[in-house]
Design a protein around this ligand. Sequence first.
Ligand code: AHM
Ligand code: MG
Length: 302
Amino acid sequence: MELLEHLKQLGVEERLSVLISKLADACADISCVVEAGKMCDKAGTCNTFGEEQLALDVASDRLISSVLDKCEDVAVYASEELEEEVKTGHDAQDNFGVAYDPLDGSSLVNVNLAVGSIFGIYKCDSFIGKKGDDQECAMIAIYGPRTTIVCATKAGVHEYTFCDSKFNLTKENLQIEKEGKTFAPGNLRACLYNPGYRNLFNYWLDNQYTLRYSGGMVPDINHILLKGKGLFTYPGYKDMPDGKLRLLYECAPMAYIVEHAGGRATDGKIRLLEKAIESLSQRTPIFIGSETEVMTAEEMLK
Ligand code: AHM
Ligand code: MG
């Protein structure tokens, strides 16, 4: 069954369903750009975090922003590649706000690893002061051997695969088990300053956990969603207490998807979905995946 038809069948609000479907089409276009592999050079510009942008980052951002600019149901959007949130001028009551990372892990494209896009959809005209819990939907697109989308709404978490110019339902009601001995340990550099993280790493080794880490948060968390178990971590350390990953663009949407699939997502202490967005560029540590595995990590990092 095709994406839009399935969302309608699930009872997802029509305006939201259409927006999701338009964003999915933009992801299909991004997958073509990724596949062509021609834009892996530096664009000569930096994003708001001072990170050098690739031509691919800029192209992906434009494919999404051009859809949002034209969409009458979207009041505001914010991109990891842009400095400020953008008001579209379509500010009718109840319009949507879309926060996104157009191409997470873009530096992995030139070594032919999987990458992805991340979206959090709110009803708002600004993201400041919102919480992840306010999202109406969160979605990731994965550009791997296949292009897939995992979309979470109140009606559950479902996977769709791009084939013959459309996204078709391929897995219904993704669920994450409470336990699962698979680990994706981001930022192991933190072990030098954070003995708790080193102990946690040793706990995974001592208990024969399986390593599944690609260096891209989207495929790594997609792995947890599709296998239905495991955890992903990215703590902070001395020089970077909040780590690298951003609350608005990366962690809040991932937390929404994983919680709707029955998992847990915290910053080590607080549920990520309860953290207020104080600035667009706010970073946060993240521990996400199977509930018991995340709780063990929290305990050992206390
Ligand atoms: P990006 O948004 O600049 O692409 O960075 C996000 C990526 C994540 O996909 C991944 O988990 C993390 O950075 C890896 O970070 P590190 O380079 O510190 O290992
Ligand atoms: Mg990113």
